[in-house]
Design a protein. Structure first.
Length: 567
């Protein structure tokens, strides 16, 4: 990205405006954006299914997210480490095109692992398959965003990324529906007791189809003459201290998770814990420790890089380090809300829905992200203010009915979703209030997220369901807003800073299992069915709380640096 900016500075305005968008290459590129959304959102249905099929507790079911999002972190950490030691960018050296091809092949290999796991009926093997699929996604995502910018005038690069985001969001809206049909065979309700006896042949068909699509997409990239190589010689900024910090954080995180995993292979007597509540306390303490490791690591990085910035690379900028934590909790809360949502809906106080009936609610949650992202993309286009205002009201309502339509076509009952339009109206009002100012928008949406989570915690029934589901609406704009604020003023460190932010997708691996284990722990302390999963949503309140703090504090940091996007 920094190299692209340098090239812009060496061209005059006429030359820049004459750069034409490579639409054939762009149309090929956006296919990978669809895959990311389709698979990630489909996991939200896969989680409640696996919980009943393999007889898991809530923490174990969340290991699906743990494996999936951990792969993003491991992949990004490897690429960063390679760049530090070899002093060049592996993705840039291979070229964006080849990197995406390799990423798609990795994901195809993951699909093969998934098919094998289903054939041997092994949950751990499924986790490995999802890990490999997401490892391919990590490589694809690292290459796809800068590649989109390079396919035309860099000044309009954001619009191309937003287009990819729109396709991604469509994948998240239909992913849960397709995966649910594959898992349950139809849209008809199936009792949770019967799930364990369901044949998994349709899962084999699903991942066979997905694997073939990965291979076809790789072939499309390979043989398309319209897709440029995208080779970049951009130098890697030195950051050995930053790499050391991330490796140490990883080692400590492993140390916190190992006792939790081992506790599932030991009896209570082996652990000298005779009560379920004590066992859950034991596990919860280590998972809380894992979260503290991330928090303490990043705040120590901020402290030491502030005292001596040499060797820290992009981490010398406080807005980036705080933004890394913001991305960590944002991805974590976005995934945790929906990953635990199926279990919440299963409880009597929230509808007593069967695992086969939760797909429309999960689809609407992920569709809520599409609603917000489509609306947020309006600002990219050069439109009159009146037109923008009209579209700010029309686009989200259109997106809402698209999600309803997808569910209706799939023969799901959409009546429980109709009144959700009231919360879409709240989001529309928020867009008008914030006027596309990054810090103000992030602050407003984070505060609305807090309010909705509290409404959900202190209520039951449809009110609580709608409140928790609306988390998708208020998470929708957080990724671009946090990126924008975190990378402001980084100059030549922009590309490296972006890599650090992508690395913190790790939040999707750690926070959902923590919420799942908190649900198990709280339930062990109560005799009321649903108490644990309901009150586990305090995790979401804390996450939105930090994001609102970041939105307020980062603006103060940027103003001191002479940057204020909210003027």
């Amino acid at each position: 990205m920094a190299q692209i900016i340098t090239k812009i500075e060496n061209k005059d305005a006429t030359e820049i405006s004459d750069i034409k968008t490579n639409y054939p290459a762009l149309s090929v590129l956006v296919t990978v954006f669809f895959f990311w959304g389709f698979i990630a959102a489909g996991n939200s249905v896969f989680i409640p299914f696996c919980k009943h099929y393999f007889h898991l507790d809530q923490f174990q079911s969340q290991l699906i997210d743990f494996a999936f999002y951990l792969a993003y972190y491991i992949g990004a950490l490897f690429l960063f480490g390679y760049g530090v030691f070899r002093k060049n960018d592996l993705v840039g050296k291979l070229g964006y095109k080849v990197s995406i091809i390799y990423g798609l092949l990795f994901s195809a290999l993951g699909a093969v692992f998934m098919i094998f796991a289903v054939e041997i009926n092994n949950f751990n093997a499924m986790l490995l398959g999802l890990f490999v699929v997401a490892l391919g996604f990590s490589l694809q995502q690292t290459a796809a965003n800068p590649f989109a910018i390079s396919l035309g005038n860099p000044a309009t690069g954001a619009s191309r990324i937003n287009l990819g985001g729109g396709i991604n969001s469509f994948g998240t809206a239909i992913g849960p529906i397709i995966v649910a049909i594959a898992l349950f065979g139809s849209t008809a309700p199936i009792t949770d007791e019967k799930i364990a006896s369901l044949p998994l042949n349709k899962v084999v068909i699903l991942y066979s189809f997905v694997g073939i699509l990965f291979l076809l997409a790789a072939a499309l990239f390979k043989f398309s003459k319209k897709v440029p190589a995208g080779i970049s010689s951009e130098p890697v900024e030195p950051a050995k201290k930053a790499l050391t910090a991330m490796i140490l954080m990883t080692v400590f995180l492993i140390g916190m998770f190992i006792p939790v995993f081992k506790s599932y292979n030991l009896s209570n007597a082996d652990l000298k814990l005779t009560e379920l509540s004590k066992l859950e306390t034991y596990r919860m303490s280590f998972l809380t420790g894992a979260l503290l490791i991330v928090l303490i690591s990043l705040f120590l990085v901020k402290y030491f890089s502030g005292k001596n910035p040499n060797g820290w690379g992009a981490m010398r900028y406080p807005q980036l380090v705080l933004g890394m934590l913001a991305i960590f909790v944002y991805v974590g809360v976005e995934v945790a809300i929906v990953s635990n949502f199926g279990e919440l809906l299963h409880k009597k106080d929230f509808g007593a829905y069967k695992a086969s009936e939760v797909a429309p609610f999960i689809s609407m949650y992920w569709g809520s992200l599409m609603i917000g992202r489509w609306t947020g993309a309006i600002a990219v286009f050069n439109l009159k203010n009146k037109t923008k205002k009209i579209l700010t009201a029309v686009v989200p309502l259109t997106a809402f009915f698209v999600v309803l339509g997808v569910n209706a076509i799939s023969q799901y009952n959409i009546k429980p979703l109709l009144f959700y339009i009231t919360l879409v109206a709240v989001q529309i009002a928020a867009f008008f209030y914030t006027k596309n100012k990054p810090a103000k928008t992030l602050m407003t949406f984070a505060l609305l997220g807090i309010i909705m989570m509290l409404i959900g915690i202190f209520n039951t029934g449809k009110i609580a369901v709608y409140a928790f589901m609306s988390g998708g609406l208020f998470c929708s704009i957080m990724w671009p807003a946090i990126f924008n604020l975190s990378l402001a003023g980084l100059g030549k460190y922009t590309t490296q800073g972006s890599a650090f932010l992508i690395m913190m997708i790790l939040g999707g691996s750690i926070i959902p299992p923590i919420q799942g284990k908190l649900a198990d722990f709280l339930q062990s302390q109560s005799h009321h069915d649903g108490f644990g999963i309901h009150n586990s949503y305090w995790i979401a309140v804390l996450c939105f709380g930090y994001i609102s703090f970041f939105a307020w504090y980062v603006r103060k940091i940027l103003i001191k640096q002479g940057i204020d996007y909210d003027k």
